[in-house]
Design a protein around this ligand. Sequence first.
Ligand SMILES: [Zn+2]
Length: 317
Amino acid sequence: MGDAVTLLYKHLLACPACAGEIVFQPGTASCASCGHVFRKTDARDQWDLRLAVPRARTVIYQLGGPPMAPTNLFEKLPPNPVGEMRDWSAIDPQLIYGNRLTPELITYFPKAQSSDDWMLDLGCGIRNFETICKEVTGFNYIGVDYEGEGPDALADAHALPFKDNSFDFIISIAVLEHLAFPDVAIEEAFRVLKPGGIFIGTVAFLEPFHMDSYYHMTHLGTARTLEHAGFEIVAMAPNTEWSGTRAQAEMTLFPGLPRFAKRHMTSGVTPLSKGMWAFRRLLHKGERTANMRRLVETTGGYRFVVQHPMSQTGAQV
Ligand SMILES: [Zn+2]
């Protein structure tokens, strides 16, 4: 029986257990090196490339270093100086709701250089961002997630089924807080991204516990985790439209109300708080009263743009 499987991205795949070659047959696949067996799911052309049995993974930490100093942290994410700021007035509001995309973040999307360049949507869910990613970047798109019918393939972010240096661009919107071992997942993103490649994402901070979230990160935690994997921080910012108060109001405090009503319930809090901070700033000048301090203490989440350096292979290898 010949190999009738015509996955467009088959050349990018590798065994998530041992990095060996995956050999596909209709309906089943296996690793040529370790024998790990993978199956096709009931969804259209979707393969289950998650680990079928647990595996060990070592992460090496350098202890004793200086405390984290945030680099390229902005009060509000500036547009990419060499990017294109389009008119996004017609953008689907669902794409920019909460801790998702913003017009500024989209200006950092890289552009495909050839028709064989690929991007990965890590934790793609129902593929909300596929259309805008393809339209803006021109990349071939792969979406993976741990479950659901939307992903091209089911995959575990802690053990991605891709070869090293497979992608030019990775996007991961509101996903990292849902991972049991975010350091491992970010190392995996670094591994499958090409040198020079861009990783764009958002992560929860003061959002409530939601959808079995594990780690909600501060700006220091986000930066440290990304830099530990080897990434350089291009730009990072608190989500100024999505305060912790608003996130709490819309995600948990008032179940059953429509979204506009939930938002209205606490809409006076942020202006009042800003006023108090401004008053405190009049009395006491300094870092503790700065607007950046207010933002990092109150934001619902962070957005980041990082780059895999051109000439470096991982900080810890
Ligand atoms: Zn294997």
